[in-house]
Design a protein around this ligand. Structure first.
Ligand SMILES: NC(=O)c1ccc[n+]([C@@H]2O[C@H](COP(=O)([O-])OP(=O)(O)OC[C@H]3O[C@@H](n4cnc5c(N)ncnc54)[C@H](OP(=O)(O)O)[C@@H]3O)[C@@H](O)[C@H]2O)c1
Length: 240
């Protein structure tokens, strides 16, 4: 049995990860962390709090994982933000760019997962397969960007993609079976995407459980040679 941590466990996709991982026979204990308390855990699941933009909070959560989990081999970061606080929609034009919004999106989408990596990656064993995965987004791919718009979200996810690649290289030197990847969950029916689902055909909108289940199946197929990549819910490797 091995243990897992899900960060952003209150989110649409994060909570689906918690449910699915808790039902996996190979998982011993699961630490589900969210910004606000989640209430009681349940079978295998322990709950706790984390604010990924506050390094002391991330360090406390990692110290707890170190104390309570015997064999941590999977860390999933499912936090994220699409538009700045109080913004009705993401910036469509450069006219809508504000320093406050750009910095807030960087803080949550890029700095947050980087702090989680700083404090949780050292807890992963140096031998055997270990996985650190962060929810990114296809729109963070520079190579794939033909539509423009969503300045802060795209730029902050592109920064996250670079951090993931960097962390993969650094960890790969210590453990060649380590898998450090970004994940694109598809367009998923959650609070984050709800205001923008109008233009998405129903057949393309995934339920959070379906997306999380596909992402776990994708992770199961990845090995050390895939580390540093960005992978979609259907298993495809996306360009950076
Ligand atoms: N839904 C989609 O179509 C879609 C598409 C591509 C990529 N993604 C990515 O998938 C990930 C999950 O998104 P989702 O759709 O599940 O959205 P969601 O339901 O809004 O979940 C986002 C989660 O992030 C948490 N969070 C935000 N700031 C945080 C902070 N400072 N510290 C700790 N937690 C924080 C939220 O916690 P609170 O509940 O405390 O706010 C929430 O649990 C995100 O990275 C998103 O960019 C989603």
């Amino acid at each position: 049995l091995s243990d897992a941590v899900v960060i952003g466990a209150s989110g649409g996709i994060g909570s689906a990860f918690v449910e699915l991982l808790a039902s996996r026979p190979g998982i011993g204990a699961l630490l589900a962390l969210a910004r606000s308390p989640l209430g009681h855990g349940g079978h295998k699941v322990r709950t706790g709090t984390i604010d990924v933009t506050d390094e002391a909070s991330v360090a406390d959560a990692a110290a707890r994982a170190e104390r309570e989990l015997a064999d941590l081999r999977l860390v999933i970061v499912a936090t994220g933000m699409l538009r700045g606080p109080g913004m009705p929609q993401p910036e469509k034009s450069w006219r809508h760019i504000t320093p406050e919004t750009l910095l807030e999106l960087y803080r949550v989408n890029a700095v947050g997962p980087a702090l989680v990596a700083k404090h949780f990656v050292p807890l992963l064993p140096r031998q055997g397969r270990v996985v650190f995965a962060a929810l990114s987004a296809r729109v963070g791919s520079i190579g794939d960007n033909s539509l423009g718009g969503w300045h802060g979200y795209r730029a902050s996810k592109a920064a996250l993609n670079m951090l993931i690649r960097n962390i993969a290289i650094e960890l790969g030197r210590k453990n060649d079976e380590a898998v450090v990847v970004g994940l694109h969950p598809g367009t998923v029916d959650t609070e984050l995407s709800r205001p923008f689902q109008g233009g998405v055909p129903e057949s393309r909108l995934l339920a959070p459980r379906e997306s999380a289940s596909r992402l776990l199946a994708t992770l199961d197929r990845l090995g050390g040679a895939d580390s540093g990549g960005l992978f979609a819910h259907d298993g495809a490797r996306l360009p950076y």
